[in-house]
Design a binder for this molecule. Structure first.
Ligand code: FAD
Length: 507
């Protein structure tokens, strides 16, 4: 069989990946005896297994085996849904002794294939651990089970006039334990910083079942190594996060948002500079949507933006949010900004629409947050979540389009759209390639092309989604050999049998 050079490279890489996979310690499959053991300390409804005497519909397991994008699929026979940290500890202790691979799963909204098994590893779902343990309205410290849904926590502390330091489009399904394990960024990072700053403490069950109770609510604690940092962004490869202590903030008294239509991409950078200067402390989000992303969000009914006349001629859009202490003061600042932008010569924006009601405010946010969902409704998405200098966002999207065009793949039956959107304020672009189907030919055209491109800008191949199963082979584009070696040594120290989320993050 003849294959193109790119396809041959792709196959060679897969062969290499397989060799690495086979070099990992051998792991055992779950057996009926294991199920009998788990049944000694877990209630019946916490065990979903095709090996269990209680019959289970395959569809029930299937939803845990496949990821949000429908791109990654495992073959697990067993999902355990513990209710307590002690139960998690007993499960891991057993799996450690029996050398059974374990995949921790939160809301299963991850976008890099980290939350589903590669083979038939046991899935440990945290969904039943969903209690708020405590909230201190004076310090803002919230302590919750790892399985709490982000939106539920947001609603819980809203009653105390507080907000979570993170927000993302998947908030209705993702869990705080998953957020911590992926070091999720999201829409509020510009204002509240990363989880490495806002997480105060963690409770983690280590691979051998030891419970590491580090659930501090202190803001300052310089007693030796800051162990929690290792688990933030570890993607379930070092242990299972069972509890999270996180610093929340007093809710702002006034929030506003505005959508801006820009005639040219080149205006984004001066717009960002001008916005920061004018809005300073009240700027809380600065999100970028290119024309294709905007049109897909509108097409798939994700919120309302501008009218057709208002959006006409715009190459891209920016959604700005302010959070401050006084509505009049903030609106005054925003209006002054809009005037400056419209009066600059040539104007930096075509138009800007300020939300006038809570409904409009929510609708503008839905438009931005809905891009991810719109993309998945449009087709199969190859998602690259990259950090690069802001000025190069458009060049990266254009270069990717050109690469696909050169390969003859830019048409309705292969790649339908190449688009960019993301958290510009954080230098984070979501480069999405929307295809009719996932094919090896498209993947071979995109990889390592995209990673090399990112590397040429000294960027990161993963700004916030993580490495998961998708990018293990590409980690060297963003981490030195020494750094990867240290990571492997840490992994071995915590998990000598390699049971935790095998095949993720590190090959
Ligand atoms: C519509 C949409 C919008 C999104 N927007 C953003 C965004 O703006 N910013 C962003 O960063 N991400 C975003 N994501 C990606 C995803 O939502 C985040 O990565 C989220 O933090 C994952 O949480 P989860 O509970 O779904 O975790 P899962 O998908 O279940 O798991 C993700 C990883 O964490 C591990 N894990 C999960 N729970 C635990 C635990 N308790 N202990 C140890 N390991 C665990 C899993 O093994 C896996 O490796 C988006 C996804 C969607 C679908």
């Amino acid at each position: 069989m003849l294959c193109s050079r790119a396809t041959a490279r792709h196959l060679a890489r897969y062969a290499k990946r397989w060799q690495h996979t086979s070099a990992r310690p051998a792991l055992n499959s779950v057996t009926p005896d294991d199920i009998a053991h788990f049944a000694q300390f877990l209630p019946q409804n916490a065990i979903l297994s095709t090996l269990s005497p209680v019959s289970v519909a395959p569809a029930e397991i299937e939803q845990y085996n496949s990821d949000w994008m429908g791109k990654y699929r495992g073959k697990s026979t067993t999902v355990l849904r513990p209710h307590t940290t002690e139960q998690v500890s007993k499960i891991l202790k057993w799996c450690h002794e029996r050398r059974i691979g374990v995949v921790p799963q939160g809301g299963n909204t991850g976008l890099v294939g980290g939350s589903v098994p590669i083979e038939d590893e046991l899935i440990l779902s945290l969904g039943n651990m969903s209690k708020v343990r405590s909230f201190d309205p004076v310090s803002g410290a919230l302590v919750a089970d790892a399985g709490c849904i982000l939106e539920a926590l947001t609603e819980h502390i809203a009653t105390h006039d507080h907000i979570m330091p993170l927000d993302l489009g998947a908030k209705g399904s993702c869990q705080i334990g998953g957020n911590v394990s992926t070091n999720a960024g999201g829409l509020r990072l510009l204002r509240y910083g990363s989880l490495h700053g806002s997480v105060l403490g963690l409770e983690v069950v280590l691979p051998d079942g030891t419970i590491l109770d580090n659930l501090s609510t202190l803001r300052k604690d310089n007693t030796g190594y800051d162990l929690k940092q290792l688990f933030i962004g570890a993607e379930g490869t070092l242990g299972v996060v069972t509890g999270v202590s996180i610093l929340t903030s007093a809710a702002p008294r006034a929030v506003n948002n505005v959508i801006l239509a820009l005639p040219r991409f080149e205006n984004v950078l001066p717009l960002f500079k001008s916005t920061r200067r004018h809005l300073s402390e009240i700027l809380s989000a600065f999100e970028f949507i290119d024309r294709t992303a905007y049109e897909l969000a509108v097409k798939h009914g994700q919120g309302k933006g501008l009218t057709n006349e208002e959006s006409e001629g715009a190459e891209c859009f920016v959604l700005l949010e302010t959070s401050g202490g006084s509505k009049e003061h903030d609106e005054e600042k925003l209006n002054a900004l809009l005037e400056t932008l419209l009066e600059s010569d040539p104007p930096l924006i075509n138009t800007g629409v300020l939300s006038q009601s809570p409904t409009q405010f929510a609708s503008l946010w839905r438009l931005r947050e809905g891009v991810t969902e719109a993309v998945s409704k449009e087709g199969k998405a190859y998602k690259y979540d990259i950090s690069i200098p802001l000025a190069s966002f458009k060049d990266v999207v254009d270069a990717t389009k050109e690469q696909l065009r050169k390969k003859g793949l830019l048409h309705e039956n292969a790649v339908k759209h190449v688009l960019g959107y993301g958290h510009v304020g954080d230098g984070n672009l979501h480069l999405n390639i929307v295809a009719a189907a996932y094919t090896q030919e498209i993947e071979a055209a995109l990889e390592p092309f995209v990673y090399e491109l990112v590397s040429s800008y000294k960027g990161s191949i993963s700004a916030e989604h993580g490495i998961g199963a998708m990018k293990t082979h590409a980690i060297h584009y963003s981490k030195s050999a020494v750094a990867v070696d240290v990571m492997k040594r840490i992994k071995h120290l915590f998990d000598p049998h390699g049971i935790m989320n095998p095949g993720k993050v590190l090959e």
